[in-house]
Structure formats: structure tokens, C-alpha cells
Ligand binder design. Structure first.
Ligand SMILES: Cc1cc2nc3c(=O)[nH]c(=O)nc-3n(C[C@H](O)[C@H](O)[C@H](O)COP(=O)(O)OP(=O)(O)OC[C@H]3O[C@@H](n4cnc5c(N)ncnc54)[C@H](O)[C@@H]3O)c2cc1C
Length: 355
């Protein structure tokens, strides 16, 4: 039985642990802090393909939605809610162009009038029109991560940073921690923003963008939201405990800010103000603000697959909540059976020479 060491217990590492152990491999997940300690724990959790950078990226994201449905069946109790999204982040010609682009890609899109929006979302100050993406959903990524790890047969080490990836004769042979070395047949690097730091001593360069993101969680509110809401100034969804979850930047998936120069509390107050405009009359108060750095490779696209070192696979991406279940399936097929998916052709780490 092959032994895989997976570095990082975010959603990517957890989904890999689940798929590898389901496929009969032995997996050890080594995590520097706790499961979902980094980007996964601060995610908005929106599963979608309406946001994308290229046709191949759209195809990957749409396949990512399908993989979540397979995970719903294989794992059960994922907590994923397929509510669909109401979207009006653009207006005028840009709104029409967004609808046309998605329809041309065969994505399910429905235009809703103000009256239709009001009947679906009575608590929302309805815009004149919006697009409804019925196939989109949301999940608590931290909860899903813990569930995947528990359901896998992997051994999970927490509070144990990997210091180095060990190699011999150009092949990964395991990892080194402060407590000692762990041998592996193959190593999978799913350490989010820490990936470049672990690759550099091997002579591998992975450029990453600096992309901080903040998420607000309110105390539970009385009103009920039935969809993911994506307005021009504010996105919001409701967790099953009734709390509202809202990114602190507008259209957060495209947010390119490199620094956070305002206190999180001030940003949360501004978001609460926007949320009160979106949900008039709904009483709300902040409960938690989380800051995390999104793992975004230099061209904003996922970097998944073989590195220049045999036996070392990389899996790093933004929109990892959308993509992790699919990436886990594809990487499992690749590392166990050398089965390469065309879905990954444009997302190979080798595009960043000398990776
Ligand atoms: C504010 C925000 C909103 C987001 N919203 C969405 C969204 O709506 N939809 C979506 O699809 N995506 C979203 N994302 C992106 C998504 O959350 C990430 O792409 C995804 O969580 C990445 O998961 P990961 O497991 O690859 O990385 P991470 O969650 O960052 O996990 C990496 C893990 O590796 C561990 N680690 C690091 N170094 C070491 C080491 N040396 N040894 C051992 N372990 C190590 C870390 O502690 C961490 O637990 C959002 C992200 C943020 C920050």
C-alpha cells in the first residue's frame, strides 16, 4: 500500500485524504496548526462557476460543482446548501453581457424581475432585476474539512509544521518536522500560502499573489435568506445557525487589494451599514471578523499536479472551496493510476518555470 504524506489540513488536504484513503492508499496529513486554520477557516464558502478567468477555468469550476454533488453522496452530511445565487453585481450593458457569456457557456441562468426577487427574498431590498444561478451553493468549509478528515482513514497530525520536503536522487522521499522525519512514497503539498516557502529549498519557484481577505459573521438574525446574495456592494449568505456571513470587500472573488490598511472592526462596521441597506429593518450585530490570506498563484489560476521533483505533487488554488473536491478526485487518479485529466491541462505548475 502506497503511503502519501499530505502537507496541510485545509479543505484541499482534507479532500485529498478522503479520496486517497477511499481509493485504498495510506495517508498521513501533517498540519502546522489545526484543520482549517488558514484560508479554509475564513472562507465565504460560495461554490460557483459564474466567476471565472478563462473558458478552461469555467470548465474546471463547473466540474467542481459536479464533484461537490458526488461528495454529497459519497461522504454524506456535507452541510452543502444548494440554494442558488441571486446576482446583480453589474448593471446595464455589463449585466446583459454577463448573462450572455454564461448562457453561451451553457450555464443555467435565469433573469428575475424585481417582483420575482421580492417573492424569493422578502427580506432583501430588491433591485430592478438580477440573474439567478440555480446550480450554485455554499458550504461551511471548516466544518466540511473536519468531517472529511474524520471520515477518511488518514492519520492527522496537528500542531506539527513541516520544515522541509526531503528528497533523494531527485525524488521526494518524505518530510522533515521538528520532531523528526516521516518517510513517504509520495508527498502532496497542500499548504496554501506556505507552498512557495517549502518549494524554494528544492529550487522550485512558485509565484504567489498577496491577497488578504476578511469575513464578517454576525450574531444570528431573525430574517431568513433563501439564496446567496451577490449585490454590487455586498455579498452575503446565511449559515444554518441564522448568522449572516459576509466578505468585507465587494465582489470578493476579484478583490486584488494587497494590504488591509483599515482596522477589521471599522471594516465590519462599514459592512454592517451596507448589510442594513440590503436587508432593511433586520437587526444585526457583528460576532466575529476573520482575516486570512488566500492562496492565489501568480496568474490567479490554480496550480495542480507534478512539480519538477518526482513524487511531489502540488495542489494550491484560490476558490478552493469550489474546487477542492474535484481536485482531490483528479489528483488521486493521477498519483495512483497516472490518469491525467484534460481539465487540468491549463493549470499545471510547470507554467511557472522552473517548476
Ligand atoms: C476571505 C476569503 C473568502 C473566500 N471565499 C471563497 C468562496 O466564496 N469560494 C471559494 O471557492 N473559495 C473562497 N476562498 C478561497 C478558499 O477558502 C481557499 O482557496 C481554500 O480554502 C484553500 O484551501 P487549502 O486547503 O488549499 O489552503 P488553506 O486553507 O490555506 O490550508 C493550508 C493549510 O496548510 C497548513 N500549513 C501551512 N504551512 C504548513 C507547514 N509548513 N506544515 C504543515 N502545514 C502547513 C496551514 O496551517 C493550513 O491549515 C476564500 C478565501 C478567503 C480568505
Amino acid at each position: 500500500m502506497q503511503h502519501f504524506v499530505i502537507i496541510g489540513a485545509g479543505l484541499t488536504g482534507a479532500a485529498l485524504a478522503f479520496r486517497l484513503s477511499r481509493a485504498g492508499a495510506r495517508a498521513t496529513v501533517i498540519e502546522a496548526a489545526q484543520p482549517a486554520a488558514a484560508a479554509t477557516g475564513a472562507s465565504f464558502g460560495w461554490i460557483n462557476a459564474s466567476f471565472f478567468h478563462s473558458p478552461a477555468h469555467f470548465n474546471l469550476r463547473r466540474a467542481g460543482i459536479d464533484a461537490h454533488h458526488r461528495l454529497d453522496l459519497d461522504l454524506g452530511q456535507t452541510g452543502t446548501v444548494w440554494s442558488g445565487c441571486l446576482w446583480w453585481q453589474e448593471a446595464g450593458a455589463a449585466f446583459d453581457a454577463a448573462a450572455q457569456t454564461l448562457l453561451a457557456l451553457d450555464y443555467r441562468v435565469q433573469a428575475l424581475s424585481a417582483r420575482q426577487i421580492a417573492s424569493r427574498e422578502p427580506a432583501v431590498a430588491a433591485p430592478d432585476r438580477c440573474l439567478f444561478f440555480p446550480d450554485e451553493g455554499a458550504v461551511d468549509a471548516a466544518r466540511l474539512t473536519r468531517h472529511l478528515l474524520a471520515a477518511s482513514c488518514a492519520t492527522v497530525w496537528t500542531g506539527c509544521p513541516v520544515i522541509a520536503i526531503e528528497t533523494a536522487a531527485g525524488r521526494a522521499t518524505g518530510v522533515r518536522t521538528a520532531q523528526g522525519s516521516v518517510a513517504a512514497d509520495q508527498v502532496i503539498l497542500a499548504a496554501g500560502t506556505a507552498c512557495p516557502w517549502l518549494l524554494a529549498p528544492l529550487g522550485l519557484t512558485l509565484p504567489m499573489l498577496r491577497r488578504p481577505g476578511l469575513i464578517l459573521r454576525t450574531r444570528p438574525v431573525a430574517a431568513r435568506l433563501n439564496h446567496i446574495i451577490a449585490g454590487p456592494e455586498q455579498e452575503v449568505r446565511q449559515d444554518r445557525d441564522g448568522s449572516l456571513i459576509a466578505p468585507l470587500s465587494a465582489a470578493h472573488q476579484a478583490d486584488a487589494a494587497q494590504e488591509v490598511t483599515t482596522l477589521p472592526g471599522d471594516l465590519a462596521d462599514a459592512a454592517l451599514c451596507r448589510l442594513r441597506g440590503l436587508l432593511p429593518g433586520v437587526e444585526m450585530a457583528a460576532r466575529q471578523v476573520s482575516l486570512a490570506y488566500r492562496p492565489v498563484p501568480g496568474d490567479s489560476l490554480p496550480a495542480i499536479g507534478p512539480t519538477g521533483v518526482a513524487g511531489l505533487t502540488l495542489a494550491v488554488m484560490h476558490s478552493g472551496v469550489t474546487l477542492a473536491p474535484l481536485v482531490a478526485e483528479l489528483v488521486t487518479a493521477e498519483v495512483l493510476h497516472a490518469a491525467q485529466s484534460p481539465l487540468l491541462a491549463e493549470f499545471r505548475p510547470s507554467r511557472f518555470a522552473p517548476l
